[in-house]
Design a protein around this ligand. Structure first.
Ligand SMILES: [Zn+2]
Length: 269
């Protein structure tokens, strides 16, 4: 078996390697642990050394490949349950043109590429092993907006909301039409600090909401990566419409839900 591809220059880090997303073709670079010891338990969102190394790797990829609108995205979800697959991974998201430029430049280094062993059920546009690009450019497929909107509307009608307070050191800003809550620093906090603060925020607010544990924690690697907020933010948490309406200011929710329904912005993280 050939060695795995690593898009990082040799000697960058002992902890991680970076590869393309073969499982779900989309414009994401995937950060993976180099050893089995790199687990979700070792991430736990509060280990600043781990987070600093993750940020350093993400910034290396951003700089080396000139990524546009780069975001570091950590998906939370059922795999955080102890006993399930505990291997850590994170996503570095960019636009399809930039991603495909890097991919076409490096695909000769991918062991055995193209091959049917890379094709999964998530190759929805085409199962032909040579049609990776078609799959990347068609992503994302249908999103489940209708159910989300129904749930959120029911919540608002019942008045079943608990708007969030600003966490210490950060001001929350709510996206104009996507289910994203953004974070702006009130002082000299760094982007690394935000990754830790967002993780803490989820742990505090996710009680009783399995879905909220499945949100995406997204950190902008450059200022232009987050648009649609009333004020510049360092990053945001991507939520379901229902969770968003639960936590946003009560007088904001109804207008927001109509814009969400109209614009149906896809989740790209
Ligand atoms: Zn993921």
């Amino acid at each position: 078996m050939a060695a795995n591809l690593d898009l990082l220059p040799p000697g960058t880090t002992k902890l991680f390697r970076v590869d393309f997303d073969y499982y779900t073709p989309r414009p994401h670079f995937i950060v993976l642990g180099k050893s089995k010891q790199i687990t979700w338990s070792s991430y736990d969102g509060q280990n600043s050394q781990f987070v600093e190394e993750l940020m350093r790797v993400a910034n290396k990829i951003r700089g080396n490949f000139g990524l546009r609108k780069p975001l570091l995205s950590v998906h939370r979800g059922s795999w955080l349950v102890p006993g399930k697959d505990d291997k850590f991974h994170a996503h570095i998201c960019t636009d399809s043109d930039t991603y495909m430029r890097v991919f076409n430049d490096k695909k000769g280094l991918i062991p055995g590429w193209p091959s049917s062993r890379y094709v999964t059920k998530e190759w929805r546009a085409s199962k032909n092993p040579s049609h990776y690009e078609e799959n990347v450019r068609r992503y994302p497929y249908k999103e489940y907006f209708d159910d989300e909107i129904k749930q959120a509307r029911r919540r608002l009608e019942a008045g079943n909301v608990r708007p969030w307070a600003n966490p210490e050191g950060w001001t929350l800003f709510f996206h104009e039409s996507a289910a994203r809550v953004g974070f702006a620093p009130t002082g000299q906090q760094s982007r690394e600090d935000l990754l830790i603060a967002m993780e803490r925020f989820i742990r505090e607010h996710a009680t009783g909401s399995e879905r909220m544990l499945g949100c995406h924690v997204c950190l902008a690697l450059t200022a232009e990566a987050c648009d649609g907020f009333p004020s510049p933010v360092f990053g945001y948490i991507q939520l379901s419409a229902d969770d968003f309406c639960n936590g946003c200011p009560a007088d904001y929710a109804n207008g927001w839900l109509s814009r969400f329904e109209q614009e149906k912005l896809p989740t790209l993280t």
